[in-house]
Structures are given as structure tokens and as C-alpha cells.
Ligand binder design. Sequence first.
Ligand code: GLY
Ligand code: MN
Length: 467
Amino acid sequence: MSTTLLTATAPPNVYRDRRRRLGASLRRPMTIFAGSAAPRNYPANTYVFRAASTYLYFGGPPIEGAAMLIEPGNDGASGCVLFREPAGPDDEVWLGPTPTDADLAGYSGLPVSAVRDLNKLMTSVSGRGVVIAPVVCPRARETARRCGIADAASDDLLPIILLRLRKDEHELAAMRRAAKVTVEAHAAAARAIRPGRIEADVAAAFHAVLAAHQHQPSFNPIISVRGEVLHCSGYPNRLDDGALLLIDAGSEEPGGYACDVTRVYPVSGRFTPEQRAVYDTVHRAMSAGVAACTVGTRYRDVHFLTAKVLCEGLVAAGLLKGDPAALADRRAHTLFFTHGVGHLIGLDVHDMEDFGDLAGYAPGRQRPTEFGSKFLRLDRDLEPGMCVTIEPGVYLSPAIWKRSDLVAPFRDVVNLPQVEALLARRFGGIRLEQTVHVRTKEAGGPEALSDALPVAADEALATMRGG
Ligand code: GLY
Ligand code: MN
């Protein structure tokens, strides 16, 4: 156990209500594990602890090794048990004081009698057909196996997903805090861009802001002059005049809620005309995508709407030939816009991706199999309180253009010499991303939580200059 700050994102009665609502749908008891910090090399050298998202959502205090048992028909307090590892005699010497059972009970909205020793978990679940909510931590999985806890089926997990899809006011407040720090960190990163520096200098500026706010990165930031490599890692490249730098990064506030934002800046502080044309196209697509995030809209339609707007710009730029809508229908955009338009976001940056497509895809909907569309992580009708990202992009990716299986079907509509010219100039890629909260029209329509960070080209350049 460690002296983790017990930072709750909701008051105890809200946690109780979430557990009660889950219990009303559960058919069998469920254990939800917190997980433990993962060591990098020798066991005591652990990386920062982050409790599992579903555990946090139902009011589990962020302490390592804990588990909650939630019974069908519970009232939020009775029928719920928190199991925690007992502190060892030397723990306080190494780790400082640990929270008391009263602290843990107060955080979770449980009576103190519902806080028990983890050693009692086995006898509490034995022979009762208890299932486990998804958890990646190997130690938690091993504990579950020893206790005879079975993997959950889709019917066990759907009630969790349906609750977590719509963010309540406490979750939205946490996401706004994550967005505020993300915007500040992005602006600092933009100001750190100078020809002759390297990507790591920009990464350092981003991380410094997060560290000062005691936030964590919500994923490993992508800060790269190779924007066409979608999840590029490492920061070794020099920032050369004429190059574009893509910054895809977000913060996670101490309660675990994430933000995810992408911006692209010209290293020199000026876009070339061809960079500017593509930038403005992606900006138009992103704005259209954000505006389309209205209640009842099918997210897959938002994806294809942004694809059509991108095709309009690609035709205007002379890279594609033909009618933009027909090009998008034929999926010609996938040569340039190689991924899905976004994903759920909340406690995880790709919210509930540990549930697989059960979370992202509405019942009866299947993930497509063709290149491009198969990377779409979400196909649900948007509901008030859902949070999603909108992140269209245009990439000149050598990995695409050397693949005849991808290029051959579109030879008649592609201006290949023009594409080859951009590849030769190492154009890279442009992606622009907002984290968006879906609201009813009466409540103001789609809310881009990361709106305070400028997107329009001239304003983005001003951000680089500290404006
Ligand atoms: N921001 C990285 C991603 O959404 O995959
Ligand atoms: Mn994203």
C-alpha cells in the first residue's frame, strides 16, 4: 500500500448511486479490482500507480491491490464490500501513513464495517458464481483466478458500459480540469518550437506543465515531425525549417479523467501555401465533425462527413479527382485519412477500450473490415453526456503509397505525380483534434472542451508566438 492521495471526483452519495444502479442490472455478483503499480525491472521499482477505471467509477479509493464486491440488488452501501490489503508493520517507515478504514469508507460512501481484509475475498466469493470486470493488472487477474472468480460475459458488462457512456456533472467537471491543463501544456509546447531544437524539447515543455499541476499524461504524447506515423513514439528528430510538428497529447487529472488534443505547427512559424491548404481542409473537417456531434447522430456518419469534407479539400488541392461525395463513398479518402475520426473519452483516453467493441459498437453493429473504416473505434448514436474525440487528418504516408493493394483501386481518381511530389518533400501529416462533450440543442449543442486552444491557422501561429 502507498500513501496515495484519496482524490475523489464525486461525493460518496454519487458513488453509492452508481453502485445501486449497477446492482439493479447485475445477474450475479461482480468483483472490480483496483490493480497494482507495475514494476519496470525489479519488483520494488514500480511506475506510478493508477487504479483501474471501472473501479474508480464505482467509488473504489485509489489504493493498490484493493477490490470491490458488488452484489445484485445492493443499495449502494449494503451489498457492497471493499477489500483492501492490510498494511505491513514496516509500510509506514517506507511509505508514510496509510489511509484508515474510516478514510476509505468515507471516500466510497460505505459503512466502516464494509471495509475488509483482502484475505477474506476468497471466502466471500467462493462457489457463488462471481465474475470479474475487465482489468489489465496481472496481479489482480491472478488473485481473481485463485479465488475462482470467472470472466464476465457481455450481459454482465453491458450495464457498466451503459452507465459509463453518459458522463455526469462530476465527471464533466473533472474532464474540464483535464482540458484546462491540456490547453496550457499544449500552448507551452507550441511556444517551445524553434528550428534547431528537437522534438524532446517540445515534449519537455508539455510535461513540465502537467507535472506542475500534478497531472499525468493521458497517453504517451505523440510529438513528431513524422506526423504521418499515426502513433509515432520517441522524440529524437530535429525541428527543421519547413517541417510540420504534430503534437497529439493530453493530460489526466488526479481522479483519472482524460483529455486528448492534437494540433500541428510549422516549425518556422509560417505555413507554406501547400501546408496551409491542407491545414485549412483538416480544420474545416474537424469543425464540421464537432458541429455534427448532436444527440441522436450516428458517430459513423460523423466519420464519413469529415471524410467528405477532406475529399473536397483534396480535390481542390489537386490530389484527388472527381466528386467529393462520390470519392468518400468509394473510400478514396482512406489513402490520406487512414484512421477513424475518433473514440470515446472519459476515465480512459480511449474510454472503455478494455471492454473491446462491446463499448464502442452499439448492439447489432459490427466493426467494418476494410482498410480505414476498420480503425473506427466507435459506432453508437450519440447521447447527451457522451464525450468523444473528433480528430480527422490528412497524411502523406510512404507506408500507404508503396502498397498496391491500397492504391490500385483508386488509380483513376488519384493525381499520382502530385502525391509523389509531396512524398518527396516529406510533407508528413496534419491531424487536428478536440475533445467534445455531446449536449442537447437546448443545453447549447456540442461543447469542445479543448476549445480554448486555438485551431484556426493564424491563431495557431499566434499561439506559437505566445499570443
Ligand atoms: N490521441 C491518440 C489516439 O487517440 O489514438
Ligand atoms: Mn485521440
